[in-house]
Structure formats: C-alpha cells, structure tokens
Design a protein around this ligand. Structure first.
Ligand code: AKG
Ligand code: FE2
Length: 391
C-alpha cells in the first residue's frame, strides 16, 4: 500500500498505536507552555460554568462524614449550559467546575479507591502489520463496572453508569450528537510518573463514541503533582487541564488528540464515554455514505498527488479535512508524541516495538502529507479557512 492509500484508506490502519479501547485510539504530540497557559486561562474562562456555589472547599481528601446516598445528577441540568455546548461544538472541548459538590466528589473518590483491588492495568494497543500487541502502561489501573461485585463496591459510580441526565442534556443542546448509549471506566493513577501517550479515544470507523466525559476527584491536587490532561485542539495550540476536584472535562472522542502528563502524585478519576447511533447512521444510507467517502478519498488523492508545496489556504483546507487533520496533528506534535510513548511505558522490547510503530506511522504521514507540511509548519491557518467540525 502506498503512503496515501494508507492515510486515507478504507478505514483500516495498517499501523497504529491505540490507547484505551482495542483498535480505538491513535497516539502522538507539542506544546508551548507559556503561550498555552495564557491561552488556557482565556479558554477556561469561557468554557467553564460553575454549577454550584458550594464547590469552593477542597473536599479534605475524601474524609467527609456520611456519604451521600445518591449522586445529585440534577445538578448536571445546570452544569450543561448552552455556553458549555457552544464551546464543545466550536473548540472540541469544555471544562466545568463544581459539578456535584465536594461531598459527592469525596464519596466518588472513596468508591474508586474501594475498587482498586479489582482493577486491571491499562494497556496501549499496538497494531502493526496486521498483528496486535498489548503494552502495559506503568502505574495506571482501571475498572469497568461490569460485575455485580464491583458495582456493589461503587454504588454511586454504578448509578452514574446508568443515569441518562448527562446524555439527555447534551442531546437537548447538541441534537447532532445523536447519543444513544454510555459506558463508564474508573481509573486510579498510582503516581510515580503514570501517564497516557497521545491518542484519540476512538476512530470513527471503529465505533461510535462521540463524547468523552472525565470527572476528576483530586481534592489535594497542587501544581507540581502533574497528571494534567493535555488536549491538542488542532489547529489551535495545546491546552492543559488540571485534574482538579469535582471538575468535569468534555471532549470529542474521535477528533481530540490528548494525553496525560506524568503524575507525581496519586490521581483519581472516572470517565463516561457517550456513544451515538446504535447503527442508525449506517442503516439505509450505507450505499450513499460509502460513495461519498470514496469520492472524498479520490479528491484527497488528487490533491495530494503532486510534489509541489500547496499554497497556505489550499493546504490548510486539506489539513483541517476530517480524514487528514488527526494525522496532521500527530505529525505536528511528533516529538512530544514520541516522548509520551516513552514516558508511559517501561523500557524493554515492548516499548521498542511501540517506538518502531510510532516511527513507521510518522514516516507515512510525512510522505503522504508532504505538499501540505510547509504550510503546516508556517501555520496558523490563514483567515477564511473554515474551522474543523468536531462532531
Ligand atoms: O485520565 C485522564 O485524564 C484521561 C485518560 C484517557 O485519556 C483515557 O482513558 O483514554
Ligand atoms: Fe483518552
């Protein structure tokens, strides 16, 4: 297969690194700390909606008296505002503080801690030349709430696994998401440098995950503890989200490149993935969609077949194209992508294989996108190039 066929091919990756679900996520990286910090203060200000007035306390490390019997899910009705959805739609992510209040956050944290004994290690999935390997991430433990025994250890999390309030609120304000189902995962990062390499949470051609919602449960978090979630809302610069207590972050599962920076301290969170469709999108229109996708691929092939660099506007139209932007983002951040792979796994043959997969993928993207790279490096996109759609 030539580079371009691989890149815009029929939805199967011959080479990729995946994080959370099998075959689901691709990995990569860069980031300019000072500029980003400034950008982040602006972006969080507009992304953040304070859902409660009693969220100021730090929850005192989970030492609350009586745990609340249920999660006050009605608070999500206030948390998911039109402003939050607007940010999510336009920028691909949104951050909301004080979602459930400190007591509930402490109780949720205690539940994740209670499930620790039933957790398994998280693995990076390496797909290379048709075979798949699993590479353990250091210090990262996870649990899905499949078993009754685990649900009994974490009743509030089990409530959230089934409660539809978040899904309904997002569906009301963003009907285009067509959300249909959800799944929860509890995560404990033991510190000691635990991190996630760059990845997407899904590939549109693999499943219908649309929105990732992560709640952080870290009352004592301080700068220096690490473990920030770094988002790469390409073509905008990266944004760091501190894993602060009772904070929820929402982002596009398929299009938001992200990673977790090495954590020096223990870190608790859980994730709800909201998925769409239930097959509705494919039913009936599969033929049309297939034809449209084939035409789009053909158009891309033509555009990228030359060897001359494209002018900035033409190049950026392609760089923000749904089929190319994720590769462009990873290529742009390739140094950090490689670093994140090294940071997330122990030295050894598995890490070497992951680095080989990284090098192969970065090389393919480099060759396939060659006419666009001068414009990408010179960035940002010129005025008039439409921003990419996130959902
Ligand atoms: O822990 C986080 O902040 C994000 C984890 C993550 O990216 C994942 O589970 O896919
Ligand atoms: Fe992720």
């Amino acid at each position: 297969m030539n580079s371009l066929a691989w890149l815009v091919g029929a939805g199967r990756w011959s080479t990729h690194l995946a994080a959370a679900p099998p075959l689901a996520a691709l990995n990569a990286t860069i980031f300019l700390a000072a500029a980003l910090d400034r950008r982040f203060s602006t972006s969080t200000a507009s992304a953040t909606s304070t859902a409660s007035s009693d969220s100021g306390g730090d929850g005192a490390g989970g030492s609350s008296t009586t745990p609340p019997p249920t999660v006050p899910v009605q608070r999500l009705q206030h948390a998911i505002t039109p402003q939050v959805c607007d940010h999510l739609r336009r920028r691909g992510f949104a951050v909301i503080d004080g979602v459930f209040g400190p007591e509930t956050a402490a109780a949720l944290r205690a539940e994740v801690a209670a499930v620790r004994g039933a957790m398994h290690k998280n693995h990076t999935h390496l797909v290379h030349g048709g075979s798949t390997g699993l590479l353990e991430k250091e210090h990262i433990w996870e649990a899905e709430l499949m078993q009754k025994e685990t649900q009994e250890l974490a009743p509030l999390c089990a409530q959230l696994q089934h409660d539809g309030t978040l899904r309904v609120m997002l569906s009301l304000l963003m009907p285009e998401l067509r959300l249909h189902s959800q799944a929860i995962k509890l995560q404990y990062n033991a510190g000691g440098g635990g991190s996630f390499p760059m990845h997407f949470d899904t590939d549109e051609q693999v499943d219908e995950r649309r929105v990732t919602a992560i709640w952080y449960l870290n009352p004592g978090w301080r700068p220096g503890d690490g473990g920030e979630l770094r988002l790469y809302p390409f073509p905008e610069p990266a944004v760091d989200v501190q894993p602060l207590n009772d904070r929820m972050v929402l982002f596009s599962s398929a299009h938001m490149l992200h990673r977790v920076l090495p954590a020096a301290a223990e870190r608790y969170c859980f994730t709800i993935w909201l998925s769409g469709g239930g097959g509705q999108r494919r039913a009936g229109t599969a033929g049309q969609a297939g034809a449209a996708a084939a035409a789009a691929r053909e158009e891309l092939r033509r555009a990228l077949s030359g060897s001359e660099p494209l002018a900035p506007a033409a190049a950026w139209r392609l760089l923000t194209h749904p089929q190319l932007r994720k590769h462009a983002a990873k290529w742009l951040h390739r140094e950090e992508w490689e670093r994140s792979v090294r940071e997330s796994h122990a030295a050894g043959a598995g890490l070497q294989q992951a680095l080989d997969v990284f090098a192969a993928e970065a090389g393919v993207v480099h060759r396939a996108l060659a006419p666009l790279l001068p414009a990408l490096v010179a960035g940002p996109p010129p005025a008039g190039v439409p921003p990419p759609a996130w959902f």
